[in-house]
Design a protein around this ligand. Structure first.
Ligand code: MTE
Ligand code: MOS
Length: 747
């Protein structure tokens, strides 16, 4: 089945937030902020702004009826700070006017005086000053102290990875209007409708049942709208509530880039010990997470960094510690992989460094340490159905890794200006929210009298194709044509208490709930057939219900009418909670993941050693989909995730100046992969695996894992640089921009 949004997307007919027809009298709101990252506010002068025709009101913390607080995990983030500014772009209040244009004009007229305070942008500095979001956490297995002396090689070092701008095509926004009884309707571009609902209720001091949040779809989220879509929705709702008018906000790209958090930059120290036969015996790592000015989702992201600190490798002795460090940057947030990629970068760098020192190829070390059934992760989960070795073997043989290596060698021997590099990149990613409590979902299904069906779940469509998968589930269970089924928007009145669509678990959780609701309805319909027609062994297929010998046939529509006439309920609401999983934070042990996703990629790159530029010749992947329920949608997720990962590792560079101002604040200064810079070739091969029962229809979650194939991009380039300049002492400092490559080529 093709993605059900495809036709409307390519015709520009799909409705995003800014496409919602505006109600007459709609006002616009725009936050204002001070040109500083850390300061005491001494005064704000609105006089000139208020005199502009079309400016209705300027809203500040004094206008908040409830709590001035929007922190999700920890209440450490005021909606509007009362006296201290913590990051450049932190909203101090809202300008409400008759057009966005006039609000922008007014913003330039607001005069803010402040006394500057020291600005910290480096997580290591923050950690030294004990500026932490939460206390540090440590995962351990075995005992590293005892084994260092037995190791043939012990290598240590430091790595740095930068953040990443989400660059969803649809910027943040919301549209809210008051309803008759003091309740509020909010259209939001959010991955977490319930978080939006709950936070608006807190800020407005209203019960949650008075806030209706509706999400049709997102023009991309990538984690950037898991927590950080909330603020804008609160702005719109607060203004609508205060003024009794519909109020809309839709961020200008440069405001979005400046005011929102990004992927967390990390700085890490590692120490790795190997035996003569290249087995990793011990690994110690300390991560310094750059959390920004408030917690946001940082503690949860920190946790996933620890879960994935050993990637797809079995290491018997591990100590992994992570610090969440408070800096004067916008609060950093979820981004595809959720801290996992940052954890994996360090172990991959450690392996590459070890290989360079020992004088072997990194893939020899990688291959010798892949996880297998029965191995235990540092967090206590014992591995079942590992596909790490399987995917590696398949990848190395079908794509002929030996030949690729040989090709690279011979090319480099006969070329001086261009050098090639390759990297093998295995991945292993746990599926489930690491906070066990969040792993549940609901679905609501109505069958109408005419046989048409409408489905609501808590899943948010953001381009990943979850609605297409939901449609497939309902259509298959009822045996009816997909055009008889509609997937409705995600709405907090229809589906309550949703977890955000995140952790790649959207299709699993909501799909399983949908399966349950559909199966209950199916049982009811089967009873109607059995009671009325005294037949057994019936099948629902092709809009019909029939016995296997076709001696009895009734159409779907006729059966639905029959059930309705006999007063059988044609509606069902179901709730699914992932079984098996659990986690004990006190012990840092448990079984947090329903299952793991595996895969292996080979990345090949050519570096122009005169210019420092590079081109990815090919990325060849063997991915463990389980039994993919939609290969087009899933392959799309692999390609998108991969390219996003390569972008993060190569050309996407976020820069703040020493005053904490974002310098890469527009598409002219922040470069993402485009059609010219994507790999010339991407081949995706499906690994033949059974797929776990906890995955929807045994089709494994695919949203985030492929991003981590992109890690290999860094190491492939490094290999080419080393081929040109073998003696250079290189650091691990991603992204590997052409500027940095050029410096390293001649270092
Ligand atoms: N794909 C598209 N096209 N747009 C997105 O915003 N977000 C990613 C991934 N793939 C995203 C995407 C992220 S961060 C996650 S967690 C998953 O999709 C969420 O959807 P799922 O749980 O249905 O896989
Ligand atoms: Mo995805 S980073 O879990 O929204």
């Amino acid at each position: 089945m093709i993605n059900i949004d495809a036709h409307n997307h390519v015709r520009g007919k799909s409705v995003y937030l800014d496409d919602i027809p505006e109600i007459n009298g709609t006002l616009f709101c725009l936050p204002f902020y001070a040109e500083t990252a850390h300061a005491h506010i001494s005064s704000i002068d609105y006089e000139k702004a208020l005199q502009l025709k079309g400016i209705i009101y300027i809203l500040t913390s004094k206008d908040i009826p409830g709590q001035n607080q929007i922190g999700g995990i920890i209440p450490d983030e005021p909606l509007f700070p009362e006296n201290e500014i913590h990051y450049w772009g932190q909203p101090l209040g809202l300008i409400v006017g008759t057009s966005e244009f006039i609000c922008r004009k007014a913003r330039k007229l607001i005069e803010i005086s402040f006394d500057e305070l020291p600005v910290i942008t480096c997580p290591r500095v923050a950690q030294k000053r004990n500026q932490l979001i939460v206390p540090p956490r440590t995962f351990r297995i075995g005992n590293t102290d005892d084994v260092w002396t037995d190791c043939a090689y012990v290598i240590d070092g430091r790595t740095d990875v930068n953040g990443q701008e989400h660059l969803y095509i649809e910027t943040q926004g919301a549209y809210a209007w008051p309803k008759e009884d003091g309740s509020i309707y909010v259209a939001s571009s959010t991955q977490g409708p319930t978080a939006v609902q709950r936070t608006i209720a807190t800020v407005l001091d209203l019960p949650m049942h008075k806030i209706e949040v509706n999400v049709v779809r997102l023009g991309g989220g990538f984690g950037g709208k898991e927590d950080q879509a909330t603020m804008w929705a609160v702005f719109a709702a607060l203004s609508a509530h205060k003024l009794g008018k519909p109020v809309k906000i839709s961020l200008h790209r440069m405001d979005d880039m400046c005011m929102t958090g990004k992927r967390h930059p990390y700085s890490s120290d590692y120490k790795i010990g190997l035996s003569k036969d290249l087995k990793i015996k011990a690994y110690e790592v300390t991560h310094f997470q750059n959390a920004g000015a408030a917690a946001d989702l940082s503690p949860a992201i920190l946790e996933r960094t620890l879960f994935h600190s050993t990637n797809a490798y079995y290491i018997p002795n591990v100590v992994a510690t992570a610090w969440s460090c408070k800096t004067n940057l916008p609060p950093n947030t979820a981004f595809r992989g959720f801290g996992g990629p940052q954890g994996k970068f360090v172990i991959e760098a450690a392996i590459v460094k070890a290989a360079e020192i020992i004088g072997v190829k990194p893939d020899e070390i990688q291959k010798a340490n892949l996880v297998d059934d029965g191995d235990e992760f540092p967090y206590g989960q014992v591995i079942q159905n590992a596909e790490a070795k399987h995917s590696w073997k398949e990848c190395a043989s079908v794509y002929n890794l030996d030949e690729i290596k040989h090709k690279v060698l011979t090319f480099n021997a006969s070329n001086s200006r261009f050098k090639k590099g390759y990297a093998v990149q295995p991945i292993c990613f746990g599926i489930s929210f690491t906070n066990t409590m969040m792993n549940h979902a609901r679905a609501l299904v109505h069958i109408y009298q005419d046989g048409s069906v409408v489905v609501s779940t808590g899943a948010v469509e953001m381009g990943q194709g979850v609605n297409t998968k939901l449609l497939q589930i309902a259509s298959e269970i009822f045996g009816i044509n997909p055009n008889k089924i509609r997937i409705e928007s995600t709405n907090t009145l229809r589906i309550a208490n949703t977890s955000p669509t995140a952790a790649s678990a959207g299709a699993d959780l909501n799909g399983k709930a949908l399966e349950m609701a559909c199966n209950t309805l199916l049982q009811r319909l089967i009873s109607v057939v059995e009671n009325n027609y005294k037949v057994e062994d019936i099948k629902f297929c092709n809009d019909q219900i029939a016995t296997s010998d076709a001696s009895f046939v009734i159409s779907w529509n006729d059966l639905v009418i029959k059930a309705f006439q006999q007063r059988v309920s044609l509606s069902e609401h179901a709730h699914y909670a992932t079984p098996v999983i659990h986690y004990d934070k006190a012990k840092e042990k448990g079984h947090p993941f329903a299952y793991h996703v595996y895969g292996t990629a080979i990345l090949e790159v050519t570096v122009d050693c005169l210019k420092g530029t590079y081109q990815f010749d090919s990325v060849k992947i063997v991915h463990d989909f389980g039994k993919s329920m939609n290969t087009d949608v899933d392959n799309g997720q692999i390609e998108g995730g991969l390219v996003q990962g390569i972008g993060w590792m190569t050309i996407e560079e976020i820069l703040y100046n020493e005053k904490g101002k974002l310098i890469s604040n527009a598409l002219s200064t922040y470069k993402v992969p485009d059609i010219y810079s994507v790999p010339k070739e991407i081949i995706i091969r499906h690994l033949d695996t059974t797929g776990p029962d906890l995955a929807i229809k045994k089709s494994k979650a695919v949203g985030e894992p492929p991003l981590m194939y992109g890690l290999g991009a860094y190491f492939a380039i490094r290999k080419a640089v080393k081929a040109f300049n073998p003696k250079a002492d290189l650091t691990f400092d991603a992204p590997y921009t052409p500027e940095k490559v050029l410096m390293d080529l001649y270092r």
